[in-house]
Design a protein around this ligand. Structure first.
Ligand code: 13P
Length: 249
């Protein structure tokens, strides 16, 4: 059985004080949570404050990006080793905002994935098509290409989660229907079965992301291939993130 994995991506929101206050509220809610995994990914500047606020809580500390190098003359970058150093367990890589706003290529994302895994971080590899690509009928080709390229040279999927985030559904209030999302998740699982093994595909946790809210989380998560969520806007407040994590309660 795949364990549900619900992650909050706080993007470029929250000061250290705001971040620790939200983290404390979530830690108080999810003290005894064992049947699902929960993660929050604050901005780099708030990682330490959030780690302290989450002390003793099962909530995982995530980061939103990592460099493809361990150290060196890379102004403005943060390496996976530095993330480990401040207590990060999981890193989001290849988010569509990194790909489309900051020009990250599949090849760069793949280098980041391999280095982060080698440094002992778990990885959430994000994939997803744009509206133009969906309308052109190439969703599965695009997403499949991102999965294959992102995982190239990755020997084992231990520590890898995939997040399917259709770009047109992010921050738009326009989410994919549960059936549409599930179809893409099924395609991803099929590709992974071919690349690795049917057992690895069966064990792979695939999150859906893009306008996940308290009122649509249950319907999405009910689908056979949707194992969790990567939540943006609705993860910024306990009152919307908590019911998403407890979608089935
Ligand atoms: P929204 O939930 O705000 O659409 O963002 C989704 C996302 O990009 C999570 O990584």
């Amino acid at each position: 059985m795949r364990k549900r994995f619900i992650a909050g991506n706080w993007k470029m929101y929250k000061t250290t004080v705001e971040a620790s206050s939200l983290a404390r509220a979530l830690a108080a809610e999810f003290g005894g949570l064992t049947d699902r995994r929960v993660m929050v990914a604050p901005p780099f500047t708030a990682l330490t404050a959030v780690r302290e606020a989450l002390a003793g809580s099962p909530i995982l500390l995530g980061a939103q990006n990592a460099a493809a190098e361990l150290e060196g003359a890379h102004t403005g970058e943060v390496s996976p080793r530095m993330l480990r150093d401040v207590g990060v367990a999981v890193v989001i890589l290849g988010h569509s905002e990194r790909r489309h706003v900051y020009g990250e290529t599949d090849a760069l994302v793949n280098r980041k994935v391999k280095l982060a895994l080698a440094e002992g971080l778990e990885v959430i590899l994000c994939v997803g098509e744009t509206l133009d690509e969906r309308q052109a009928g190439v969703t599965e080709k695009v997403v499949g290409g991102q999965v294959r390229a992102g995982l190239a040279g990755v020997a084992s999927l231990a520590g890898v989660t995939i997040a399917y985030e259709p770009v047109w559904a992010i921050g738009t209030g326009r989410n994919a229907t549960p059936e549409d999302a599930d179809a893409v998740h099924r395609t991803i699982r099929g590709i992974v079965a071919g690349l690795y093994s049917p057992a690895a595909a069966e064990a792979l946790v695939i999150q859906y992301g893009g306008s996940v809210k308290p009122d649509n989380a249950a319907a999405l998560m009910r689908m056979a291939n949707i194992d969790g969520a990567l939540v943006g806007g609705a993860s910024l407040k306990a009152e919307t993130f908590v019911p998403i994590v407890r979608f089935d309660r």
